[in-house]
Design a binder for this molecule. Structure first.
Ligand code: CP
Length: 316
């Protein structure tokens, strides 16, 4: 992997995806030790800056950095000078003046990380930008699928729900099609973006078609915070048509696994018996998120990228 930042899955080579997954394997083994820490990033300073709420991503990036022995600073935008009107770029230059080595950022605007990546000399990792991408989520999902199915190529994955507003769906579509998975998507017609099939997935009109013989059932959260108006009549009707119940799950393969990026809307996209049942890998996804984020932090923070014009010239 030879890149400064991790901004999206779309621009990743398939080999880079596998390099990240393979790097995460030994990091996950550390979790079984009594001392869950390695010195790989000792002396590095990692700044997590989140302009949107998060439980899983923010905590797991912090834990990943700490398990690599880095120093971690967490900044919540509502408690920073951002609320006094400081610009995004001034905020980052302030943190760079304190010698931050790597940033992890979540922002409500699609492309916010791309904007910064062109303007700051240290790596930045996209922890979710609007409805655009959430690359480390897709990577931890691939890791979880491979761990359970032994492979990614040819695995039938049914992605169900709010495709239009989901950065998780977009990153997973890029990731799964790059590794040769057989991706089927479905949801309310109002939440299926036009032309989505060009990303390589088969669009199914009925949820039963997507579920038929699936190896993996991936339920998406209804993104209430991004939906400006009503895209389906009622929650009750949504659950009736698309909610994952034990009956619906029985259409998938007997050894199918159920995944969800969290946070779940129980009784909306997923039934309690499925969410907490034997096929659920939802907690494993969270565990694997720490390993994947350790791998990404390690790969980006241990590369040397020229930071000044002088260094650039010296490398030429
Ligand atoms: N999956 C995910 O991004 O969850 P959080 O919003 O809790 O980080």
């Amino acid at each position: 992997m030879n890149r400064k930042d991790l901004l999206d899955i779309q621009s990743l080579e398939t080999e880079e995806i596998y390099e990240i997954l393979d790097t995460a394997v030994p990091f996950k083994e550390i979790f079984t030790r009594s001392v869950k820490r390695v010195p790989s990033l000792r002396g590095k300073t990692i700044v997590n800056i989140f302009f949107e709420p998060s439980t899983r991503t923010r905590t797991s990036f912090e834990l990943a950095a700490k398990r690599l022995s880095a120093d971690v600073i967490n900044i919540a935008s509502e408690r920073s000078s951002f609320v006094k009107g400081e610009s995004l770029i001034d905020t980052f230059h302030t943190l760079l003046a304190m010698k931050a080595d790597l940033f992890v950022m979540r922002h409500s605007f699609a492309g916010a990380c791309h904007f910064l990546a062109e303007r700051i000399p240290v790596p930045i990792i996209n922890a979710g930008d609007g409805a655009h991408e959430h690359p480390t989520q897709a990577l931890l999902d691939l890791f979880t699928i491979r761990e359970n199915k032994g492979t990614l190529s040819g695995v039938k994955v049914a992605i169900i729900g709010d495709i239009a507003f989901s950065r998780v769906a977009r990153s997973n579509l890029w990731a799964l099609t790059k590794v040769g998975a057989d991706v089927h998507i479905t949801g309310p017609a109002t939440l299926l973006p036009k032309g989505i099939e060009r990303m390589g997935a088969k669009v199914c009109r009925r949820v039963e078609e997507a579920l038929d013989g699936a190896d993996v059932v991936y339920m998406l959260r209804i993104q209430k915070e991004r939906q400006g108006s009503h895209f389906f009549p009622t929650i009750r009707e949504y659950y009736h048509l698309f909610g994952l119940t034990p009956n619906r799950l029985s259409l998938a393969k007997p050894d199918a696994i159920v995944m969800h990026p969290g946070p779940m809307n129980r009784g909306v996209e997923i039934n309690d018996y499925v969410a907490d049942g034997p096929a659920s890998r939802i907690h494993d996804q969270v565990t694997n998120g720490v390993a994947i984020r350790m791998a990404v932090l390690f790969l980006l923070a241990t590369q040397h990228h020229p930071q000044t014009a002088h260094e650039l010239a010296a490398e030429e």
